[in-house]
Every structure is written in structure tokens, then in C-alpha cells.
Design a protein around this ligand. Structure first.
Ligand code: PEP
Ligand code: MN
Length: 357
């Protein structure tokens, strides 16, 4: 933290700042410039914040230098973290693909989607049983019946499951089925929910709020971390801008920015970003090229009949290309596509050169 003294501040006022900080157990270093003096503070920034330094005579501004988040910052943990979801790694050496239906609708649709997910090179299955819909009239999800379907499909396919929780009172129930809990964009600042998922002992995927800055996103992650859970994966899913051609605007620069500020893995959701099937593959390529630690995509066996987000779901004919994109691009960015059953197994289905479309 730095205290900027007013141009007209005298020695007595500078000493006033130094004395107060030292009396509070910190240290202060005075740097005299031609027109201005600044005082650098060393010690507990949170404690300094309570001293009301800004109101001291001669003080012009107080500037916080270190990030307001701590546990999720790279200052706290220099190396980039690897988060394991039922053994599946998400981190700097791998590319992890998560795929599945937007919503769990039926057992058949979920199983078909899981098989599609595996064919697309996915090692985790996504699917919502609790859907936070913008409209109260839209399909809200099957609730616990949907979680049971996911658990059955996991048993059949071996794919660990990632599923959303929207209410703090459901966290224990959802965690009893899920391998990873998802907090969606609409709940990124639902602080009781963040605290609840922080205390339940399961990895969490935290989507960026559609109107949230990167700093607010990391502060939300800090809420989870503060409850003792550092198994957090950040997911960039597009933000609100003036542009209407896409559902949201994928903030591709958020990936390296968040990775520099935080040790947590950062993945990209190209499906909810663009909201259009034809954009999912191009945005996936961009995400992998920019250094995302994984991607999460919607798939559906019959998108025209989907109860949620059909227009963005990949179909059967897209899967081979997604697997090919993931397999071919990951070594170019120093990663291995993580596949269930062993990291060095050849991708399935057989790959062909990534198309340039
Ligand atoms: C989802 O992944 O199903 C979802 C609702 O995403 P978001 O919270 O990003 O809209
Ligand atoms: Mn969706």
C-alpha cells in the first residue's frame, strides 16, 4: 500500500503517517520526489485499511498495490495449480475437454450425450439438473431425478460429472452426486452459495459473471477458497457487451490475464459465449491457442428438441472435428489432451487434420 502525500504536505504530516503505521505494527518508507512525497507501507494491508489513512492531514490518496484477493493469487502460490476432478487433471500441462448436454432431460438423452462427449475427446461429463433460467417459464431442470440420471450415466460410461448448484440449501445434496460443482454466471456473486460450495469438499467450477470484471471473478473465487477449498477452476463464458451477433462476447484475453493473476486453472465455455453451434469450433480453437486449460462444450443428440440451449449444442457430425482440434492443437501449446484411461492413449475417434474453417 502506498500513501501519496499532497504537494503542500510538510514534514510534520509525513511523520504523522509514518508514526501511525509504525504504531500499528507496520513499517513505512518515505520517498521524496520533486513535487510529491509518497510513503510505502509494509505489513498487514487489511489492518492498514482500518486506519483511515486517507483522512490524515496532508494525505492526498491511498493506493492499494497488492491484489485484494490472496489465497487464489499467484502471490500466495507462485506455481499454477492442477485441480483433480475424480482423478482427471485440469491444469497447465493438459487440455481437458468437458462435454455434455446443457440440461439433463431424460436418461436416454443423457447417455447419448455422454457417448457423444467421449467421442469428442471429453474426460468429464457436464449436464445441469438445476437450471438457473432467465425466464421462470423455461425448463428448470429435473432436480434430484436429474442427478440420479447423471450418476447412472457415470457408472455406465466412466465419465465423472460436473453439474450446477444454484441454491445453498442444495449444495450437500448435489455434492453427494457430483464430482465437481458448477457455479453459473448468474450466481457468481451469490456469496452464501460460494461459501456453501467452499465447505463441502468437492472441486468447484466458477463461471465468470456476465457483468463481472476479472477482479470481481477472482474475489468470488476467494470466497470459496476462504472456506478451505482451493480446488477451483475458473471458467470464462463470455460477457455482456453492445454486440448482438453473439449471445455473449468471449473475452479471450481474460484467459491469460486470469492465469497471470491467479494460480487457478482457467477454462473456456465456447458454447455459452457464442450461443451458436457454428461458432463453437472456431472459439474452441481460439481458447486452446490462447492457453486455456480446458474447454466445456454443449452436445445434444437432438438439438432441435432440446429443452435448453439447443442452438449452441454440437451434433454428432461435429464431434470428430472437436476431437481433432483438441488433439492437434494441444501439443502446439505444450499440452497433452487428457483422455480417460490414460494420458498417452491415442485420441478417439481417429484424428484428421484440423480444418481451417
Ligand atoms: C450452463 O453451463 O449450463 C450455464 C447455465 O452456463 P452459464 O452459467 O455460463 O450461463
Ligand atoms: Mn446452457
Amino acid at each position: 500500500m502506498v500513501v501519496v502525500m499532497a504537494a503542500e504536505a510538510g514534514e510534520q504530516e509525513i511523520d504523522g503517517v509514518v508514526d501511525l503505521v509504525r504504531a500499528a505494527g507496520g513499517d513505512a518508507f518515505v520517498s521524496r520526489g520533486v513535487t510529491r512525497t509518497i510513503v510505502g507501507l509494509v505489513g498487514d494491508v487489511e489492518h492498514f485499511s482500518t486506519l483511515n489513512l486517507r483522512s490524515l492531514p496532508g494525505v492526498s490518496d491511498v493506493v492499494r498495490i497488492s491484489a485484494p484477493y490472496k489465497l487464489v493469487s499467484r502471490e500466495h502460490h507462485r506455481e499454477r495449480s492442477v485441480i483433480r476432478v475424480a482423478g482427471v487433471p485440469i491444469g497447465p500441462d493438459t487440455l481437458t475437454v468437458i462435454a455434455g448436454p446443457c440440461a439433463v432431460e431424460t436418461a436416454e438423452q443423457t447417455l447419448a450425450s455422454a457417448l457423444m462427449a467421449r467421442a469428442a475427446g471429453a474426460s468429464l461429463l457436464r449436464g445441469g439438473a438445476y437450471k438457473p433460467r432467465s425466464s421462470p417459464y423455461a425448463f428448470q431442470g429435473l432436480g434430484e431425478a436429474g442427478l440420479k440420471i447423471l450418476a447412472d450415466v457415470r457408472a455406465e460410461t466412466g465419465l465423472p460429472i460436473v453439474t450446477e448448484v444454484v441454491d445453498p440449501s442444495d449444495v450437500e445434496l448435489v455434492a453427494s452426486y457430483a464430482d465437481m460443482l458448477q457455479v453459473g454466471t448468474r450466481n457468481m456473486q451469490n456469496f452464501p452459495l460460494l461459501q456453501a460450495v467452499g465447505g463441502v469438499g468437492k472441486p468447484v467450477m466458477l463461471k465468470r459473471g456476465m457483468n463481472a470484471t476479472i477482479e470481481e471473478w477472482l474475489m468470488a473465487a476467494e470466497y470459496i477458497a476462504q472456506r478451505g477449498n482451493l480446488d477451483i477452476v475458473l471458467c470464462e463464458r463470455g460477457i455482456r457487451t453492445f454486440e448482438k451477433a453473439t449471445r455473449n462476447t468471449l473475452d479471450i484475453s481474460a484467459v491469460p490475464v486470469a492465469q497471470r493473476l491467479s494460480h487457478l486453472p482457467v477454462i473456456v465455455d465456447p458454447s455459452h459465449s457464442g450461443g451458436r453451434r457454428d461458432l463453437v469450433l472456431p472459439l474452441s480453437r481460439a481458447a486452446i491457442a490462447v492457453g486455456a486449460d480446458g474447454i466445456i462444450v454443449d452436445v445434444h443428440p437432438h438439438p432441435e428438441a432440446a429443452l435448453c440451449d439447443g442452438p449452441q449444442a454440437l451434433v454428432e457430425s461435429d464431434l470428430r472435428e472437436l476431437a481433432s482440434v483438441a488433439a492437434h492443437l494441444s501439443p502446439l501449446v505444450g499440452r497433452t489432451l487428457y483422455l480417460l484411461g490414460g494420458i498417452n492413449q491415442p485420441p478417439r475417434p481417429p484424428v484428421r487434420a484440423a480444418s481451417r474453417r
